[in-house]
Design a protein around this ligand. Sequence first.
Ligand code: COA
Length: 294
Amino acid sequence: MFKEDLLKGKRILVTGGGTGLGKTMTRGFLEVGAEVIICGRRKTVVDETAEELMKETGGKVSTYQIDIRNADAIEEMMDDIWQGGPLDSLVNNAAGNFLSRTEDLSSRAFDAIANIVFHGTFYMTNACGKRWIAGGHKGNVLSIVTTWVWNGSAYVVPSAMSKAGVTAMTQGLAVEWGPKGIRLNAIAPGPFPTEGAWARLRPTGSYGDKLPGKGTDQIPLRRDGKHPELANLATFMMADECSYINGEVIAIDGGQWLNSAGNYGQLDQLTDDDWIGIRDQIKSANAQDKLQRG
Ligand code: COA
């Protein structure tokens, strides 16, 4: 749907670009000529994705291993990236989330989410913004949020709070940095199945039937999102041809949030045992990730 060289000459950094939606968007940008830098916590994962996508598209991908909770490490990475020239765009995609009753969360559990989504997204954005401003370069920030930023969501409260903060950042900086040639927008995706999110937000088991989103009845268009559809919207948001869009949050969810304002509200039917089962499944997904991080 785009001309082949739509993003030719653009350098785009995608956080969490090794898997899931980050990988999908990276592929989309490469297909229309961008150079993409992906970063993530697991070096082998980002490296394997880079290799796969370079082969598939013939584009250029470089990688950094980084935990975006670490502001100093972000500064070092940005210095290194800027050695090769300024970035044109930043895609804040890296996130963390898991289903839990809020009363079961320790302060460390809250911090595990907030440090990635709320703090990490700010660190990344400001690290790019101050370099763009100092160098007099235009910039473009696209953050992946959720529709929960408008109506909250039960059982994912730290994520909803943090993503709402990212939305406030997007709107505030759209005004503050707009005069300096930097625009900020966000996409709020509905259900686009990925391994990482589904292990933490769609655990299976006896409680699986009680989870919203198991079917697609709640979604007016009666289906999940297809990954290339998200890539298309993100690619559009990267293009200079639509650079008058600033400070917006755009939902791509088949109309789901208009039809399900309570989000995970239905989970009040779950039993204590269901919650133990959910927690165990999330723990095993986290342990698997940690093994890969070494
Ligand atoms: N319910 C309640 N508490 C939980 C939990 C759950 N399902 N899973 C983890 N926690 C708690 C832990 O018990 C711990 O608290 P404690 O030390 O007080 O016991 C705290 O959260 C931190 O856990 P830990 O495993 O050390 O966190 P981490 O920082 O290594 O990883 C994430 C946390 C969120 C980063 C992890 O889930 C992850 O790596 N996710 C991958 C990315 C992702 O979430 N993708 C999906 C996005 S939708």
